[in-house]
Design a protein around this ligand. Structure first.
Ligand code: ADP
Length: 672
């Protein structure tokens, strides 16, 4: 608070000067620093955006190269499908035929290959007996015989009829092995479906009817396993139909291969597009992403003459085989692919400061949207380092400015305070000089002009002139002495002195000086000896100054006690008054030269502010200390503490200052 008010107390001119010379450049520096930081950040962001753009270009180029190479291979007339990695398949299409590789891959056949139907001719007799004569046992026997045929179509037709007759006879359970045999016959169709598939499906239906759940589950599971790898050439409708039945039999445990279904759907889509009229709408080669039940598949094709070769892969395949390569090319950016039908978000989480570039399929000719991302921490460490350096620099500048300002203001305040103290001192000293000088002048005029003065009066005037002259010379002496002390040129000649005698002499002398002021000046010395090593003249001056102050700063109670005592190898000389007292906060600084308290100046008490500084100087030169104890409006006690003398007593015992030198008196003199 005190510092603040001192700050505010500084003259406006200085503040303005300071503001222009120091604060303004500092503020400008801070402003420029912050701007530089912002620009740096913006520049870093632009650089990152450029890096990302280039990364994105490289990623698109890498993906495009891979795609073009695949399309070139697929367009070569000599191309033959090879086994494709998991999650992908090759397919060769000709009008009316779709051949996937691996052959076990599920593929919907838009045109189901024609299988042989069982002939009707060999079963004429059997059907006449069965339906017309209704002789079921006989019909059964005939069917058994025909089932032994080596011709698969006849065998299949016979087995089917045998099972039908047995069912009519109520012997359902016996039909199971019949269908079991039919399940081994391949290449025959029953109602447009392969006979072995029909037989296995019928066995499952029978097991359900016969309430044999364990066997049903077992057989259905095997059928499901065979249906998945596309053992039979089915169109999508037939596949879905049987798949739905398997769902019913196997319940929630059934987990159809989503990838295989999605790949099959993509191939089916491609075939339909290719064979659609007008032909060629698809283009000779191309690529497309499709999503089936949430599974994204990319299909790439190339045609040569009458055939179309294609490759289809799920997202995981492309992630593993293609995107990894693109990522290497795009480093330090990251790459992910979005199928055209994917919901927009890139798969990598995007932080607030992550830059993203999306290149759409229309833009790149690729079957995906290519998303390239660059995280903020790339290059961030370098930027952070620069930022920290700049901030540290700014902080250092600010600290320097603040510290500099503090010292400038402090020294300026000290200077102002010292100047004020010095001018106060000059005013006080001038006044001290003026008083005896005026007295001298007046007595001179009186002595000169009044001829009728009695000798008595004349003597009194001369005596008064003498006192004024003595006062002037004491004042000059005191000032010169203080100057010498300050300059360290005041020699102290120490000798064994009895403090009690010295004190008594000074008090006696002082008593003479103030006798007309109505003070009760008491001096008490405890019995004993008080030897000190002192310069008697200097010590007397110190004591005189304390007594002088006690008189000046007393109020109504005009009592002063001087005492001499000894404790712990120290001799103490105390002067106690019952005057205005000194606030605790001021008790230290009153020993500084020129310091005068408001309590003194506001009461109009005269003084120069060097008395106590002299006391302290003298006492310190004797290896002692001055202490003050004071309570405002109750009084003060100043104590000079000196070490007990150690100098060997000389033959001549010094009786203190036989004639104590009397320092500058500042007591109002009625005669002056
Ligand atoms: P001066 O008395 O000439 O002003 P000093 O150095 O002797 O100078 O004292 C410094 C200040 O200390 C005085 O102005 C006064 O405010 C305060 N002071 C000194 N002695 C006393 C005292 N006995 N009682 C109250 N205040 C004192």
């Amino acid at each position: 608070m005190d510092t603040l008010s001192r700050w505010l107390g500084a003259p406006r001119g200085l503040l303005i000067l300071f503001g222009t010379v120091v604060a303004l450049p500092a503020a400008t520096l801070v402003f420029l620093g912050v701007r530089l930081l912002q620009q740096d950040r913006e520049l870093a962001r632009q650089r990152r955006a450029e890096v990302l753009q280039q990364s994105s270009d490289r990623a698109v180029r890498a993906l495009g190269d891979d795609l073009a190479a695949l399309q070139r291979r697929l367009s070569e007339p000599s191309w033959r499908p090879t086994d494709a990695p998991p999650g992908s398949l090759y397919v060769l299409m000709t009008p009316g035929e779709v051949r996937p590789t691996p052959s076990s891959a599920l593929a919907y056949y838009p045109v189901v290959p024609k299988l042989k139907d069982p002939p009707a001719a060999p079963f004429g007799e059997l059907e006449a007996i069965e339906f017309k004569a209704q002789d079921l046992p006989k019909a059964l026997e005939i069917s058994r015989r025909l089932a032994g045929s080596a011709d698969p179509p006849v065998q299949a037709g016979a087995l089917l009829r045998q099972a039908r007759i047995l069912r009519k006879m109520g012997r359902t359970a016996e039909t199971l092995p019949i269908y079991g045999t039919l399940a081994t016959v391949t290449g025959i169709s029953i109602n447009e479906l392969p006979a072995d598939l029909v037989a296995r499906r019928t066995r499952c239906l029978l097991l359900k009817e016969l309430a044999r759940p364990d066997e049903l589950r077992q057989e259905a599971a095997v059928l499901d396993a065979d249906l998945g790898p596309g053992l039979w050439p089915l169109d999508q409708v037939s596949y879905e139909y049987i798949s739905a039945q398997l769902d019913e039999w196997l319940g929630p445990a059934r987990r159809p291969d989503a990838n295989a279904k999605a790949l099959a759907a993509a191939v089916d889509w491609l075939y339909r597009q290719w064979t659609r009229v007008p032909v060629g709408e698809l283009g000779p080669n191309g690529a497309r992403s499709l999503t089936t039940d949430g599974t994204a598949v990319t299909v790439v094709w190339g045609s040569a003459g009458e055939r179309l070769a294609a490759f289809a892969g799920v997202r995981e395949y492309f992630e593993k085989e293609w995107v990894e390569k693109a990522r290497k090319a795009a480093s330090p950016a990251d790459v992910s692919l979005l199928a055209a039908s994917d919901p927009g978000a890139p798969r990598a989480p995007v932080g607030a400061d992550t830059l993203v570039v999306r290149r759409s399929a229309a833009d790149t000719g690729l079957p995906w949207t290519v998303v390239t991302t660059l995280r903020s921490d790339v290059n961030a460490a370098r930027f952070e380092g620069r930022r920290r350096m700049l901030l540290t620099g700014l902080a250092a500048v600010l600290v320097l400015v603040a510290a500099g300002s503090y010292f400038v203001v402090r020294s300026r305040n000290r200077e102002v305070a010292l100047t004020r103290l010095q001018s106060d001192f000059m005013a006080a000293v001038s006044h001290e000089f003026r008083t005896p000088l005026t007295a001298l002048q007046q007595f001179n005029v009186l002595l000169d002009e009044a001829d009728d003065l009695t000798p008595e009066k004349r003597r009194t005037y001369y005596q008064a002139q003498g006192r004024a002259t003595e006062r002037l010379s004491r004042l000059v002496e005191s000032l010169l002495d203080f100057g010498r002390m300050e300059a360290g040129r005041r020699p102290y000649t120490l000798q064994r002195v009895d403090a009690d005698a010295l004190v008594r002499d000074v008090v006696h002398e002082f008593q003479q000086e103030i006798q007309s002021h109505g003070f009760d000046l008491r001096c008490s010395v405890e019995p004993g000896k008080y030897p000190v090593d002192a310069d008697p003249e200097a010590l007397a001056r110190a004591l005189w100054n304390l007594l002088d102050n006690a008189v000046k700063y007393s109020a109504e109670r005009r009592e002063i006690d001087v005492s001499v005592g000894q404790t712990d190898g120290e001799v103490s000389i105390s002067v106690r008054d019952r005057g205005i007292g000194i606030a605790a906060g001021d008790q230290k600084r009153i020993f500084q030269k020129f310091v005068r308290l408001v309590a003194a100046t506001s009461r109009g008490i005269k003084g120069s502010g060097i008395g106590l500084a002299m006391v302290q100087h003298i006492v310190a030169a004797h290896g002692g200390a001055v202490r003050v104890a004071s309570v405002e409006r109750e009084g003060s006690t100043f104590t000079i503490v000196l070490p007990v003398g150690r100098i060997q007593e000389s033959g001549v015992r010094n009786q203190g200052a036989a004639k104590a030198p009397v320092p500058e008196s500042r007591i109002p003199n009625p005669d002056s």
